[in-house]
Design a binder for this molecule. Structure first.
Ligand code: HEM
Length: 274
């Protein structure tokens, strides 16, 4: 990426890194990755027109691929997560193909785009806050705390999965009826002035930093340690290897995803020339 002098950070770095990690974890064969990538991309960026039909076709093709892959691992076990899940046994009970499919699919969907946007939103915010970027560059032991602050300040997941009210209640004057859908806004919670002094300030040294970017409770993100590890390694190396990195377009020209759930730029043009 650096050798090219400039690049779209999403396309050249965040996407390939995260898809490679999740594919290696699952054990997707190297030769299948381009195909696999096309399928996930088609799913995550559905066409605007004739959308639903195309999504369904893509999902069916994707499911067919995953079924074939699971079958392959049943016959040829390897040292990967899919093989490990196939071997899971609890009280004589094994996961069905349907359960395995759901798990692999969940890991892909939950674990992939989120990390792409933690890297790209994080990079963007560091570039928009040169003092913080400088601080991090000067002291890379701050990387773990910077990752937590980027999760808080510009985390990739805006809304939780649906919750359903079990009974009628009122929250801040808003009546909520039993069975109504409630979704939690993590990014709003992460700017709560009662929790975070100066919540709108990016501070790579912030401590304590009890953000909820990975949710809370029994559905706390299963992939949080992996996401933290990936982002930590990535920002550490980016600080070292891109000493002259800067935005190649004015920030107001950046395109944001229209999703209500995921918050992130669709591309992040950067320049690396001194
Ligand atoms: C920066 C990256 C990530 C963020 C911000 C993030 C955020 C979240 C959040 C907020 C939830 C809770 C959703 C809810 O309760 O409604 C969640 C759940 C989940 N995440 Fe992540 N995630 C990230 C990366 C990953 C990765 C890398 C994986 C897998 C490899 C992953 C797998 C999961 C799974 C399986 C769940 C469902 C857990 C459950 O329902 O018990 N996530 N994530």
């Amino acid at each position: 990426m650096r050798a090219r002098g400039s690049a779209d950070f999403v396309e050249a770095f965040a996407f390939p890194l995260t898809i490679t990690v999740i594919c290696e974890l699952l054990g997707v064969p190297l030769e299948d990755r381009p195909r696999f990538r096309t399928m996930t991309q088609a799913f995550f960026n559905p066409p605007a027109q004739g959308g639903m039909e195309r999504i369904r076709e893509n999902l069916e093709r994707f499911q067919g691929y995953l079924e074939g892959f699971i079958e392959l691992r049943r016959q040829q076990p390897q040292e990967d997560l899919v093989t490990a899940l196939l071997a899971v046994e609890e009280q004589g009970d094994r996961l069905t193909t349907q359960e395995l499919l759901s798990m692999v699919y969940l890991l892909l969907v939950a674990g992939h785009e989120t990390t792409v946007h933690l890297l790209s939103n994080g990079m963007l915010e560091l570039l928009r806050h040169p003092d913080q970027l400088q601080r991090l560059r000067a002291d890379r032991s701050l990387v773990p705390s910077a990752v937590e602050e980027l999760l808080r300040y510009c985390g990739p997941l805006e809304l939780s999965m649906a919750r359903f009210a079990v009974e009628d209640f009122e929250l801040y004057g808003q009546p909520i009826k039993a069975h109504e859908v409630v979704r939690l806004d993590y990014l709003a919670a992460n700017r709560d002035p009662e929790q975070f002094p100066e919540p709108n300030r990016l501070d790579v040294t912030r401590s304590p930093n009890k953000h909820v970017a990975f949710g809370q409770g029994i559905h706390f993100c299963l992939g949080a340690p992996l996401a933290r590890l990936e982002a930590g390694i990535a920002f550490d190396l980016l600080m070292e290897r891109l000493p002259h990195v800067r935005l190649a377009v004015p920030p107001e020209q950046l395109q944001w995803r229209t999703s209500a759930q995921v918050r992130g730029v669709t591309s992040l043009p950067l320049s690396f020339e001194p």
